[in-house]
Ligand binder design. Sequence first.
Ligand code: GLV
Ligand code: MN
Length: 195
Amino acid sequence: ADPDPLQDFCVADLKSSVSVNGFPCKPAEQVVSDDFFFDGLRKEGNTSNIFGATVTSANVFTFPGLNTLGLSTNRVDFAPGGINPPHSHPRASETGVVIVGKLLVGFVTGDNVFHSKVLSPGEMFVIPRGLVHFQLNVGEGKALAFTSFNSHFPGVVISSTSLFGSTPSIPNAVLTKAFQVGDDVINGIRSKFGS
Ligand code: GLV
Ligand code: MN
């Protein structure tokens, strides 16, 4: 989904004071082989959080060699029962491959049709750009998946935390009407997401 590159590569200079759409390129004479390799997805992520899952990102911020190339990858680790909660990516479609365990993968279309399947190692999914999706570990042990995006920075909007954990918070009048429930329900959910 990102614009096409205008040169072979443009390793991001993340510290540049120049502000553009994307990042300016590090001078070509300073580019080294290591700019095109990344070992940050080797380690299992820490899944001790309320969701029991964690996403480790190889995007332009962690792997500046991706700048302008329209690609990035995540490692997603799941504790038993863990969930990568419903979220969407504003700037990319997503593919994923299950490496370990069993994941229930699902997304909802713009017409509110829910598509889902339980995937085993070697099996793959695709999430069309911008649609709300999740992965739930339905196996016995841990699970692991790698996901890829057609953007160097796909962005992520987590449904629960964006509605119930924003700063400042969205007024109860909005959320009680939107979800057709009382203040008690909204406050109960809010309390889990710190807003
Ligand atoms: C999984 O949905 C991910 O965004 O990596
Ligand atoms: Mn995703």
